[in-house]
Design a protein around this ligand. Structure first.
Ligand SMILES: Cc1cc2nc3c(=O)[nH]c(=O)nc-3n(C[C@H](O)[C@H](O)[C@H](O)COP(=O)(O)OP(=O)(O)OC[C@H]3O[C@@H](n4cnc5c(N)ncnc54)[C@H](O)[C@@H]3O)c2cc1C
Length: 482
């Protein structure tokens, strides 16, 4: 067995672990990081950026968002079921964190909304390729380089396996396994767990959330993120609080589809359930959490987004109704080719038919009900949406074949929550008392959304990761100093 020694052992090097390591090292602690993967950055390498409130970008863009406004929005959204002290501390620190990242070389494009009803809190990282997925990998790289500069030791391909405590119940070490398979032990006074939840563990997802991965839940499954930190924290005495999916619905098979397809189908057009009935005001469909919640509560946890040829042609001519920052491409002229290609590649989630009746039969919906729903919807398009009050500008009739439909499914960015913490990111037992020396941050302890991810303040989960990483880092550094 190999032995290492540091004041603080950070378990994992996603954005949370990297931020925790940099902050703790800046505050004078000696830090060692154990990371399971061969590279740092975790799931955030796929994302675009963190939340910030009260930043210079928002001021320059005349965006009216303050900590007070965000805090009140957040607490109302969560029905005051979450830790107000932690939310406040996170939001209050978030603006300064953007500057902290800039000081280590991270650049930002500005502050953005995710969809029209959201606030512009999403600080998208600037890259040499413009706005798009994976931008946040540049942030992770800067954090990693800063940590190395501060003398942090990284052991990659070295998963942590167990938290060690002394007779008094204080953390005294962390066990792990290095890439050669040899057991290692880190003697430390504090451990910060930040292993990103359990999004790649179908059994844990089923057990904790009730969803069946690949059947009614299509969350991103980042390899290696299987709930190790949750298990280690619970075994060390931390309270087991609900683990939830960070919900974000999408169309089935999205990973392999060209952008034009979700760009057309995730627009405020007709959405029906397995009974052929409308289920929401579709202008909120771009809020992927709302859409996921809607879908999750339908029979077979499925909905169908339906467009007709006139809508597609209109989008090809004029661009789509609502542009998303994740899919910024407004040109959908390759839609027909995209659908054809997806079908040729075996994606069976599309339905194309010349008549509504045929389309209904393909989807297993009663044809008469779907025809009635579409007739009524088309009437609303000529007047007002008496059913769900959708704005006039989004009411586009569905009348001209061929008709196109696709399955919409619940999905997500992985899991959030599971370990009880306080506002200092100390892991706490069922009695709410901190376990001395044990900290937990990022997705593993992200219990702040209650039952639904807060997309109205976008950048929230990476923002939570970076900011709670920093909080855990500074608190742990103070603890080991004492
Ligand atoms: C496609 C995609 C896009 C996203 N875009 C955004 C966005 O733009 N803005 C936003 O706010 N959020 C976004 N998110 C969510 C955001 O990335 C996560 O909230 C964030 O990465 C969580 O950080 P984390 O450090 O807690 O966990 P992760 O980033 O998941 O990192 C966990 C790390 O733990 C390591 N690990 C696991 N087990 C062990 C072990 N036993 N020992 C050591 N290491 C271990 C893993 O290898 C990994 O490196 C996105 C997520 C995805 C999937």
């Amino acid at each position: 067995m190999k032995n290492y020694e540091a004041q603080i052992c950070v378990i994992a090097a996603g954005p949370t672990g990297l931020s925790a390591a940099v902050q703790a090292a800046e505050d004078g602690a000696s830090v060692i990081v154990l990371e399971k993967a061969a590279a740092v950055g975790g799931a955030a390498n796929m994302g675009m950026g963190p939340l910030g409130i009260g930043t210079k970008y928002q001021k320059a863009q005349m965006i009216d968002i303050s900590v007070e406004k965000a805090f009140n929005m957040f607490m109302e959204y969560t029905h005051y079921q979450v830790d107000a002290r932690l939310v406040k501390r996170y939001f209050e620190q978030s603006g300064e964190t953007i500057e902290w990242l800039e000081d280590m070389g991270v650049e930002f494009e500005g502050a953005y909304r995710y969809f029209p009803q959201s606030e512009a809190t999403w600080h998208i990282v600037k890259t040499d390729k413009g706005i798009g997925p994976r931008a946040a990998s540049f942030m992770n790289k800067a954090l990693y380089e800063k940590a190395l500069e501060l003398g942090v030791t990284f052991l990659l391909e070295t998963p942590a396996t167990k938290i060690l405590k002394d007779e008094e119940g204080c953390v005294c070490g962390v066990m792990g396994v290095d890439k050669s398979g040899e057991e290692i032990k880190v003697d430390c006074k504090a451990a910060i767990i930040c292993t990103g939840g359990a999004g790649c563990n179908p059994e844990m997802i089923k057990e904790e959330t009730g969803f069946t991965f690949g059947k009614d839940m299509f969350n991103f499954a980042i390899p290696g993120i299987v709930g190790d930190g949750l298990r280690m924290a619970w075994e060390a005495g931390a309270d087991h609080v609900p683990v939830r999916i960070e919900m974000a619905a999408n169309i089935e098979g999205i990973d392999d589809l060209p952008q034009c397809i979700p760009n057309v189908f995730i627009q405020p057009n007709l959405l029906v359930n397995q009974f052929g009935k409308r289920v929401m005001n579709e202008e909120y469909m771009q809020n992927a959490t709302y859409l996921s919640n809607v879908v999750s509560n339908q029979k077979d946890r499925v909905c169908y987004s339906i467009v007709d040829t006139s809508i597609v042609k209109n989008y090809i001519r004029n661009g789509v109704d609502v542009v998303s920052m994740v899919r910024t491409e407004t040109d959908v002229s390759d839609f027909y080719d995209g659908v054809k290609m997806a079908q040729e590649n075996g994606n069976d989630s599309f339905y194309i038919a010349d008549t509504v009746e045929e389309l209904a039969e393909m989807m297993g919906i009663d044809p008469e009900t779907l025809a009635d729903t579409i007739d009524e919807y088309n009437d609303f398009c000529d007047s007002v949406d008496e059913e769900f009050f959708k704005q006039k500008k989004y009411l586009k009739a569905v009348h001209k074949g061929p008709f196109y439909a696709t399955r919409v499914r619940a999905g997500g960015y992985g899991t959030v929550g599971g370990v009880r913490i306080n506002e200092n990111c100390e892991a706490c037992g069922a009695d709410f008392m901190p376990i001395p020396g044990l900290y937990c941050a990022g997705a593993d302890s992200c219990n702040i959304y209650n039952d639904s991810y807060m997309f109205l303040l976008p950048g929230n989960s990476m923002g939570y990761a970076v900011n709670t990483g920093r909080i855990a880092g500074m608190e742990a550094a103070e603890f080991v100093e004492e």
